[in-house]
Design a protein around this ligand. Structure first.
Ligand code: HEM
Ligand code: NAG
Ligand code: NAG
Ligand code: NAG
Length: 511
């Protein structure tokens, strides 16, 4: 028998048996082992007033299951909402990539999407100023492709070595459990490459109105590879057909004061009412042969690729037309990972992406257990098979005797070869900062592109954070100096509002 059909069959049997307890529904309550429960109200006691007997297995089992209901929340992006739908190719990019799910206009692929906030805990309000996660899992016929992005096109830092420290600074003070500006501004005062990200976070778009009205970005650079093996750097962009909408401070406070799940509710209610949110997917591509031609490093995740130099190309659309059936199974247990790619798409040398490739599956093995990819929402929807074996909560028991490779007793299983990036790698081992940092130009350009009232709101937010009583004069001076370097009048205005002495601004350095 065709081994793929065989494993698919086993998967289906498994799904029927284990996926839904309602498939084996009994007309009465039972214990987990299936024994009938005739009294689900009262514990077994010595006499009607107690005490309770430890032999009350039914009570012990019920409490024990309850006691274990919570799993660790995600270390970041704990708070989220998800929905299902499909992706459809609208434009032919088969000359750029051999990815099967992008092979031709009209091809549809099922998706599950999870939107999230980043820093605060699983039950935190959805009105806080924070980046938003925008993670899409494409269930393609060549395996899943996870595009784990954010609603801003850039990131704070460019080396994963700094990520845990950054998150510690952004998370609550370990002593007081309160998020504190002085810790955040202290950490980032060492990282002027974060200025660009702050021109998004502290801009009006820092609090999206809800999840339907925000953009998504793959942020990191990936690589597209076509059938001939030609590689192109690529960035992915989602644009909502409903447009981008935000909440200003007073609106966020009003909504957040009344409802701490307004964005989850908005997504759920819209889909339930048949108003399906839709995003268009665009890409930007750069030929690696041209990567030196820009005043920034294209693999630097703190930079955008200006659209006048690197135009957006339309690819497809994504429609979310189905709510999840169970929050735990299809949100809490969802596992997205930037390392999960398909033939025709590859990583780039972007150092931050390289760190992410390790981190996600690692945390998921801890958070969900080693067989987390067998959970129905995470499992591929195409045939799959390997000799990975056993482990806790493994439901994939193949009826087979040859679980090793190579073997003369099992069918050959190798897939057809597909291209991988052709470039040779070379260089000495080193730890350091990229040559072309250019930290100040893009944030300055972005600030200057805004209308005066938008600039003023931005300044008000920056000044408010810098006014935290525990921000030292030294740190305030660094920030004013760095913002001045991005835009002289911006730095001056911040200094004035903080009633600081004028700061000496160095002449803009060449990049
Ligand atoms: C080196 C840098 C980074 C590291 C080490 C890192 C690590 C993590 C970890 C450990 C999680 C929790 C995953 C889970 O429990 O399932 C996570 C979630 C997430 N990260 Fe990152 N991250 C990094 C940078 C980024 C960047 C640049 C983006 C945006 C492109 C991003 C977007 C997300 C999203 C959207 C989620 C939530 C996925 C979901 O909804 O389940 N992260 N990250
Ligand atoms: C348990 O309580 C429910 C209502 O709360 C009642 O309908 C049922 O009869 C009770 N069962 C027993 C065995 O006491
Ligand atoms: C920006 O801040 C850094 C410290 O992070 C400092 O070393 C640097 O001189 C500042 N640059 C400018 C141009 O203000
Ligand atoms: C890459 O390295 C291989 C083997 O060292 C060599 O044959 C090939 O020409 C190199 N390719 C390029 C593009 O430099």
């Amino acid at each position: 028998m065709d081994p793929y059909k065989c494993s698919l069959g086993i998967l289906l049997i498994w799904l029927m048996q284990y996926h839904s307890s309602s498939a084996l529904n009994s007309p009465f309550w039972t214990t987990n082992s299936g024994a009938p429960v005739y009294n689900n109200n009262n514990s077994v006691t010595v006499g009607i007033r107690g005490p309770v007997l430890l032999e009350d297995y039914q009570l012990v089992e019920k409490l024990a299951n309850f006691d274990r209901e919570r799993i660790p929340e995600r270390v970041v992006h704990a708070r989220g909402a998800s929905a299902k739908g499909f992706f459809e190719v609208t434009h032919d990019i088969s000359a750029l990539t051999c990815a099967n799910f992008l092979r031709a206009p009209g091809v549809q692929t099922p998706v599950i999407v999870r939107f999230s906030t980043v820093i605060h805990e699983r039950g935190s309000p959805e009105t806080l100023r924070d980046p938003r996660g925008f993670a899409v899992k494409f269930y393609t016929q060549e395996g899943n492709f996870d595009l784990v992005g954010n609603n801003f096109p850039v990131f704070f830092i460019r080396d994963g070595m700094q990520f845990p420290d950054m998150v510690h600074a952004l998370k609550p003070n370990p002593k007081s459990n309160i998020q504190e500006d002085w810790r955040i501004l202290d950490f980032f005062s060492h990282h002027p490459e974060s200025l660009h990200m702050f021109t998004f976070l502290q801009d009006d778009i820092g609090v999206p109105q809800d999840y339907r009205h925000m953009e998504g970005f793959g942020v990191n650079t990936y690589t597209l590879i076509n059938k001939a093996g030609k590689a192109l750097y690529v960035k992915f962009h989602w644009k909502p057909t409903l447009g981008v909408k935000n909440l200003l401070e007073d609106e966020a406070i009003k909504i957040g004061g009344a409802h701490h799940s307004h964005a989850t509710q908005d997504l759920y209610d819209s889909i339930a009412a048949g108003k399906f949110p839709e995003w268009k997917l665009f890409i930007q591509t750069i030929d690696p042969a041209n990567e030196g031609k820009f005043d920034f490093d294209p693999l630097d995740v703190t930079k955008t690729w200006p659209e006048d130099l690197v135009p957006l190309q339309p690819v497809g659309r994504m429609v979310l037309n189905k709510n999840i059936d169970n929050f735990f199974a299809e949100n809490e247990q969802l596992a997205f990972c930037p390392a999960v790619i398909v033939p025709g798409i590859y990583y780039s040398d972007d150092k931050l992406l390289q760190a992410r490739i390790f981190s996600y599956a690692d945390t998921q093995r801890y958070r969900l257990g080693p067989n987390y990819l067998q959970l129905p929402a995470n499992a591929p929807k195409c045939p799959y098979h390997n000799n990975h074996h056993d482990g806790s909560m493994n439901f994939m028991h193949m009826n087979e005797e040859v679980n090793y490779f190579p073997s003369r007793n099992a069918p050959a299983r190798e897939a057809n070869p597909y291209p991988i990036p052709p470039l040779n790698l070379s260089g000495k081992r080193e730890r350091g900062v990229i040559a072309k940092e250019n930290n100040f130009k893009q944030p300055g350009d972005r600030y200057r592109s805004w209308a005066p009232d938008r600039q003023q709101r931005f300044i008000t937010r920056i000044v408010s954070h810098l006014s935290h009583p525990r921000v030292t004069d030294q740190i305030r001076t660094i920030w004013v100096s760095n913002w001045s370097q991005a835009d002289k009048s911006l730095g001056q205005e911040i200094a004035n509002r903080l009633k600081m002495k004028p700061v000496m601004v160095r002449k803009t350095l060449p990049s």
